[in-house]
Design a protein around this ligand. Structure first.
Ligand SMILES: *Cc1c(COP(=O)(O)O)cnc(C)c1O
Length: 397
């Protein structure tokens, strides 16, 4: 049994705020400022370069990777942290493509996050060997896993609607036709129960600043299935993925297992904050979080649909088919979200008309959901969003 009151107490949430945006950026773990201060003063300040060994900085990408492995159903020793998610998508995709050199198609879907599709386009341009990015509707993915597909590159949970793909089923189908899979877990890790090992995923990538609460700019992670770990060629062949980085050899030799997916110097300060978030994750299991997330999203949908007929549910109604977010369509969604933020309910807007709300049991309970639903009802029923100050779009939406 998880003590969710205890996990909630470990986060700082500003006074008067109900935070339904942990799917974009998780809140601050209370322990993080002191930990950052200690790492800066006692480690960076006093140890200087010896911190790489003395404070264990160099081992952290794999050590923290192991703590994330537990949350995504990965085998220990097969997840490593580093870079940003876009970079990890590029790395996984490039490595995967090399495993099927005679095929030309990267299959993805229109529910994927643009950066993943952009990275695929960029890689296709760089490789210049006639590769094709085939983007189909999310419901059409399975039917399009055909013998010409080299790599199936899918984000498991749709960032707009929360629709959940069946990872095990699509991976099985991909393997049946000889394709390699790259799964993006950006809206999965810390949100739903996922079993990358059980599903047979070849590569998986994700970020740590959304549901995992690692902080802005926290590093991404990459998983490589054990059967590929010593053969996958890391497309980004940086020195810290080398078998002997400090031998400073002239030519690249990939390191053992997941270590080869490292690229350059790890973000030590960012990892210090992430470590505080992972301490809180150690207090629970994904099964407990998922069960509570379903309770919270079901309650939210019930309350909003009862009070706000102008909002159209954009997320799957079946909780088993959605992640840990609930989205509604509304033509003036941007202004509506601004009006909610002004009243302390923080959700976000995704073009063209999606109002998106993330549910994060580690620091949110039924009373928060009830209060948020009450404020949303007030804003929607009284058209409080229809004011000039809510219409201008900021740089980050
Ligand atoms: C959030 C997100 C990203 C963001 O990538 P960064 O490089 O970390 O900015 C990429 N892909 C998906 C699917 C995401 O949800």
């Amino acid at each position: 049994m998880t003590d969710f009151a205890a996990t909630k107490a470990m986060f700082h949430l500003p006074e008067g705020v109900i935070y339904l945006d942990g799917n974009s950026l998780g809140p601050l773990p209370r322990a993080a400022p002191a930990r950052m201060d200690a790492v800066m003063r006692a480690e960076w300040g006093e140890m200087l370069i010896t911190g790489w060994n003395k404070a264990g900085w160099m081992a952290q990408p794999v050590e923290l990777g192991d703590r994330i492995a537990r949350l995504i159903g990965a085998e220990a020793g097969h997840v490593v942290l580093g870079d940003t998610l876009s970079i990890k998508v590029h790395q996984a995709l490039a490595s995967a493509l090399e495993m099927v050199p005679d095929r030309r198609v990267i299959l993805s879907d229109s529910g994927n996050f643009p950066s993943d599709l952009y990275m695929a386009e960029g890689l296709i341009g760089t490789l210049d060997k006639g590769l094709e990015l085939r983007v189909v509707a999310p419901e059409e993915v399975e039917a399009n896993i055909t013998e010409d597909v080299a790599v199936l590159m899918i984000t498991e949970v749709d960032y707009r609607t929360g629709r959940l793909h069946d990872m095990a089923r699509l991976t099985r189908k991909a393997h049946e036709v000889g394709a390699i899979t790259v799964w993006d877990l950006a809206h999965t890790a810390g949100a739903t129960v996922v079993d990358v090992a059980g599903a047979g995923a070849d590569f998986a990538v994700g970020c740590t600043y959304k549901y995992l609460n690692g902080g802005p700019g926290a590093p991404a992670f990459i998983y490589v299935a054990p059967r590929h770990a010593d053969t996958a060629r890391p497309a980004l062949s940086g020195w810290l993925g080398h078998d002997a980085p400090f031998a400073f050899e002239q030519s690249y030799r990939a390191g053992p297992g997941i270590e080869r997916m490292r690229v350059g110097t790890p973000p030590v300060l960012a990892m210090a904050a992430l470590e505080c978030a992972l301490d809180i994750w150690d207090m629970t299991t994904m099964a407990a979080v998922r069960a509570r997330s379903i309770d919270l999203t079901e309650l939210f949908i019930e309350k909003i649909e009862a009070a706000c007929p102008m909002l159209e549910l954009a997320s799957p109604r079946d909780p088993a088919a959605r992640g840990s977010q609930v989205s509604f369509r509304f033509a003036d969604g941007y202004a509506a979200i601004q009006a909610l933020v002004a009243r302390g309910v923080i959700g976000d807007f995704r073009a063209p008309d999606i109002m998106r709300f993330g549910f994060t049991p580690l620091y949110m309970d039924e009373s928060d959901v009830q209060a948020a639903a009450g404020i949303i009802a007030e804003v929607m029923q009284n058209r409080l969003w229809d004011a000039p100050e809510y219409q201008t779009r900021a740089r980050v939406t």
